[in-house]
Design a protein around this ligand. Structure first.
Ligand SMILES: Cc1cc2nc3c(=O)[nH]c(=O)nc-3n(C[C@H](O)[C@H](O)[C@H](O)COP(=O)(O)O)c2cc1C
Length: 359
């Protein structure tokens, strides 16, 4: 078996994007059961939670699923940098009536320990973003029986993943909601649209490509399959599903989003990410290049975002969503996947009709 064969054998080549803070075990299960492929967003999970999540899903379905991690080195920021970053956030904490937190000791779960837990859990597929594995790490996953998918935002990143032995590439276009997965070039040089990225990655590497970014319905699924992608990965399209884990104010912002509501920002986390623009994004724009890099800023804004969610205040929340968020609809995740696949069939048939005309 290969990853290409696994994707080819899926009854529905739609992958539910792993989404820390937004996807859920129930969402992954519903999508895998419906014939697509669900994913567990484990980037923020403590290592001991990873095995339990994989076992739980495996116990409920024989269908394949993925687990996603963030490849980030341990953060050891200077105390003065943390103090300055907290000072910058003070008015925002005051706004939600929360005390400014103490400087934390830990900024993110330890990647090495998460990776060990992943190897032990041996899910069918593991995907990675924010960085790249070594060839030895990829081999270790292969020995465990796990296929490796690397996120790429440029053809160069796809080549880098191919060079370490990855089995497939998740090509993340500019349109995508949530954090950008770039790890080679500057963010500005890594903002390639999904259409251009899938085509250039296909030309660059001989690996199955999973297209992500701006795919909201069956027409989008058909479009990326026509480009040569092996599957479509959808995130924002699941944000209003019954299985969503997002808070009530985030849900309301998604439901009310317009065609031009999203922007990129690094103010929340120290890494560029796309979300619905709010007051925090607008007012922090002047200093967003000064905030400490991920995961430090992400950790420092965590209590603020949690307080905002509790208070129902969307202006201090990271409202991650993709460019086409205005097309997000409510529904049950498994039913949504089945409907999108039926729509993709309709789109393919009308394309065949169109291309068959005059010949
Ligand atoms: C709320 C949200 C959270 C996300 N979290 C993750 C994550 O934890 N890991 C990851 O690899 N990608 C994450 N992404 C990016 C998705 O994998 C994918 O690239 C993106 O959703 C595709 O674009 P779309 O949102 O337009 O469908 C997230 C996206 C969203 C919208």
């Amino acid at each position: 078996m290969s990853l290409a064969a696994l994707l080819e054998a899926l009854p529905i080549p739609i992958l539910q994007a792993p989404m820390v803070g937004a996807s859920s075990d129930a969402m992954a299960l519903a999508v895998s059961r419906a014939g697509g492929m669900g994913s567990i967003g484990a980037g923020a999970a403590q290592p001991d939670a990873i095995g339990a999540a994989v076992e739980k899903l495996r116990a409920q379905t024989d269908a394949p699923f993925g687990v996603n991690l963030f490849v980030v080195p341990p953060a050891r920021p200077d105390g003065a940098v943390v103090a300055e970053a907290l000072e910058r956030l003070a008015p925002w904490y005051a706004r939600v009536g929360s005390p400014l937190p103490e400087a934390p000791n830990d900024f993110a779960p330890d990647f090495a320990a998460q990776f060990e837990a992943l190897i032990a859990a041996a899910p069918p597929v593991a995907s990675f973003t924010f960085g790249i594995l070594t060839g030895d790490q990829v081999e270790a996953l292969h020995r465990a029986g796990t296929y490796v998918v690397g996120t790429a935002t440029t053809a160069a990143e796809a080549r880098a993943w191919a060079a370490v032995g990855a089995d497939g590439i998740c090509a993340q276009g500019f349109e995508a909601g949530g954090h950008r997965g770039h790890f080679l070039a500057e963010p500005d040089a890594s903002l390639v649209g999904t259409l251009a990225l899938v085509s250039t990655v296909r030309a660059a590497v001989d690996l199955p490509v999973i297209a992500a970014g701006g795919i909201m319905d069956g027409k989008g699924v058909a479009a990326v399959l026509a480009l040569g992608a092996s599957a479509a990965q959808m995130g924002t399209a699941f944000l209003l599903s019954q299985e969503t884990a997002i808070s009530a104010p985030w849900r309301a912002a998604v439901a009310g989003a317009k065609d031009d509501s999203t922007r990129l920002t690094r103010a929340f986390s120290g890494r560029h990410a796309r979300g619905i623009e709010n007051r925090f994004m607008r007012e922090m724009r002047v200093s967003e290049n000064d905030v400490p890099a991920y995961p430090v800023q992400n950790r420092l804004t965590q209590p603020l975002r949690a307080a905002g969610a509790r208070a129902g205040d969307p202006e201090v929340l990271s409202l991650w969503a993709g460019q086409a968020v205005s097309l997000a609809r409510e529904g049950e995740a498994g039913e949504m996947v089945k409907r999108w696949w039926a729509e993709a069939g309709d789109a393919a048939r009308s394309l065949v009709q169109r291309t068959g005309r005059n010949t």
